[in-house]
Design a protein around this ligand. Structure first.
Ligand SMILES: Nc1ncnc2c1ncn2[C@@H]1O[C@H](COP(=O)(O)OP(=O)(O)OP(=O)(O)O)[C@@H](O)[C@H]1O
Ligand SMILES: [Mg+2]
Length: 258
């Protein structure tokens, strides 16, 4: 199953959720791949630490070769990197994706990521991290995915934006990827003691939106985990937020059949 985590809003937890769900998946014994489509390369840094700087080959190289006429094309497998974590591999990002984007758009390369991922076998789960914009890379990810997960940061503007996001998913499904389904809304940075977050999440549920449980708490451990380049299951196996991530993984698994 391929999962795209997306929300046009910046800083809602996309990269954190991608890397931590992937870590839970790998620790459960599944062969897992993270694909980083964000030129900011935060997921790449989270999984590779210092090894992320200038990492080659990367996703920009994979896209770049779709623009050329060269006879030799390296298969997608040749762009994957091992991470320090067992069974967790990475197709890393690079800032070069920024310059490449208009060229890829001009030549309608929107299906190339799906074709590349179709070539890979042996992965039980693939998690795609997207930039905070509904541009070429996010669309490529939605076209390549079976399911999308939408992080929600318990903010009123974000709640209003959710309807637009769900419309975008519907449009991608109609125009490009009939298999794409909404896997659910992931509530992140939830502060259970405050009234507003509870109220906002209740409203979403009343409106029939697929809100997943449990909600992910806000914790300073997340920053520590980024700093240490270790997803929470590896950094703090018994932390409350790690438990929530594991339970969320099981919920997603149950609702979506693995
Ligand atoms: N559950 C959480 N508790 C505390 N801090 C969090 C939590 N989730 C995310 N953060 C913090 O919020 C910030 C944004 O997280 P992250 O980078 O995962 O979001 P993003 O949606 O990928 O951002 P961007 O849109 O820039 O790619 C980070 O500083 C991270 O430490
Ligand atoms: Mg991110």
């Amino acid at each position: 199953m391929r999962w795209t985590v997306f929300n046009q809003k910046g800083g809602v937890g996309k990269s954190t959720i991608v890397c931590n769900l992937a870590a839970v998946s790998a620790r459960k014994g599944r062969r897992t791949l993270v694909v980083d489509l964000d030129p900011q390369a935060n997921a790449t840094r989270y999984l590779l630490g210092g090894g992320a700087d200038g990492v080659e080959p990367n996703l920009a190289g994979l896209f770049e070769q779709t623009l050329g006429f060269g006879l030799f094309r390296k298969g997608a497998q040749g762009f994957l990197h091992r991470t320090p974590f067992d069974r967790l591999e990475l197709l890393p990002s690079s800032a070069e994706l920024l310059d490449l984007q208009p060229k890829l758009e001009a030549k309608y390369k929107i299906y190339k990521l799906r074709e590349a991922l179709d070539e890979l076998d042996g992965f039980d789960a693939v998690y795609l991290d997207t930039p905070p914009a509904l541009g070429f890379y996010t669309l490529s990810a939605l076209i390549a995915a079976d399911r999308c997960l939408i992080p929600f940061d318990c903010d009123d503007f974000s709640r209003r934006a959710l309807y637009g996001l769900l419309d975008s998913v519907r449009e991608v499904r109609e125009d490009h990827n009939g298999d794409l389904k909404v896997g659910g809304i992931v509530v992140n940075q939830f502060q259970g003691r405050a009234r507003l977050p509870r109220q906002l999440v209740e409203e979403l549920k009343r409106e029939g939106l697929p809100v997943l449980e449990p909600y992910l708490s806000s914790s300073v451990k997340v920053r520590e985990s980024h700093q240490a380049a270790k997803p929470l299951p590896y950094l703090a196996a018994s932390h409350k937020l790690t438990g929530e991530l594991e339970a969320l993984f099981d919920t997603i698994d149950r609702h979506n059949g693995g």
